[in-house]
Design a protein around this ligand. Structure first.
Ligand code: BTN
Length: 327
């Protein structure tokens, strides 16, 4: 009921009478009052006036199930939120919940990760209250070889969300799935799958967004940034989560229908920071350089080589760098 009352207060934007809330949810005035007290304890600023009711005065940057569920308008992506203030890793908790049988679209969110995981076994730092750390549980009905492109679909969803909410920021994607602002990384995505050769049990798509960090450790400062640093103001994390779920749900529907990346190529290439630039392909079979052209309908990067031939690079095998550094 907390999420529903919060939704009522938020959508009304004005006073909502206690009696209306009682009638609507079939509960007593005391029950409504208790929820209002809980919301205040969570940090919401609510004005209570006799004979008028309750009015939400401000929208603090709070992450909780109630906050997210009071704002989300999707059909399935993020409709069920599993929130805890602290977790080791949202991907690990999502894996546990997936094994417990939680639904397609269930979203795990935390305010702080103590053992966040990056790609290639790296560590991912998500300081308390400053980042978005979330993992979406998916149960695709397609074959496992189609799942890797979901990472690119998520990168596009995050890029579109940041662009829509903060149009003044220069958003790009470093193939395959780093989202950048001003050519510095603001988001990483870690997709993990539990599958048999021809059947997917579940896919966990983990998303980490640097939102309100004011600074980064020296070794990361050339590569990473946060939305706050780039925009110069505090950013609402719940809005980013909700926007990403809305875009992802829409794009997932398209992807599940076509099972290739063709519908997204134009949008994705529009963000591609490597496009038209020289890149170094760190292939375990031998490094090479070339000019990145864009992605194909399998989400692979097309790299034109100096001899006029082209190679396609798939994300599982290799990583791609700019020839002078990260991009
Ligand atoms: C990368 O190395 O770029 C991927 C980083 C992915 C980090 C996110 S944060 C939420 C989710 N839980 C994790 O432990 N990792 C992912």
């Amino acid at each position: 009921m907390k999420a529903e009352i919060l939704r009522e207060l938020r959508t009304s934007g004005d006073f909502v009478s206690g009696q209306d809330l009682c009638d609507r949810f079939g509960v007593s005035r005391t029950a409504v009052w208790k929820v209002i007290r809980q919301l205040e304890a969570d940090g919401y600023d609510i004005e209570a006036v006799t004979n008028k009711g309750y009015k939400l005065l401000s929208y603090p940057d709070i992450l909780s199930s109630a906050e997210l569920m009071s704002r989300i308008n999707t059909q399935w992506a993020g409709r069920k939120v599993y929130f805890k203030p602290e977790m080791e890793s949202t991907n690990e908790y999502a894996k546990y919940l997936a094994e417990e049988g939680k639904d397609h679209g269930s979203l795990v969110v935390t305010n702080a990760q103590t053992a966040g995981k990056g790609r290639r076994g790296r560590q991912w730092i998500s300081p308390p209250g400053e980042a978005v750390s979330m993992s979406l549980i998916l149960r695709p009905e397609f074959s496992p070889d189609r799942a890797s492109m979901l990472t690119l679909v998520m990168a596009l969803s995050v890029a579109d969300t940041i662009s829509q909410l903060h149009p003044e920021l220069k958003v790009s994607i470093k193939w395959p799935n780093d989202v950048l602002v001003n050519e510095h990384k603001v988001c990483g995505i870690l997709t993990e799958m539990d599958a048999e050769p021809d059947y997917i049990h579940d896919v966990i798509v983990g998303v980490g967004i640097n939102v309100n960090q004011k600074e980064f450790p020296e070794e990361l400062s050339d590569i990473a940034t946060s939305l706050r640093i780039e925009k110069g103001e505090h950013i609402d994390r719940a809005g980013l989560i909700i926007g990403t779920m809305e875009y992802f749900e829409y794009y997932y529907g398209i992807y599940a229908e076509h099972l290739d990346f063709s519908c997204f190529v134009q949008n994705y290439d529009g963000y591609l920071v490597n496009r038209g630039r020289e890149v170094r392909v760190l292939d375990p079979k031998g490094e090479y350089t070339g000019t990145a052209e864009g992605v194909n309908d399998r989400g692979e990067l097309i790299v034109n080589l100096p001899d006029g031939s082209a190679r396609t690079v798939s994300s599982g095998e290799v990583s791609v760098r700019g020839i002078y550094g990260y991009v």
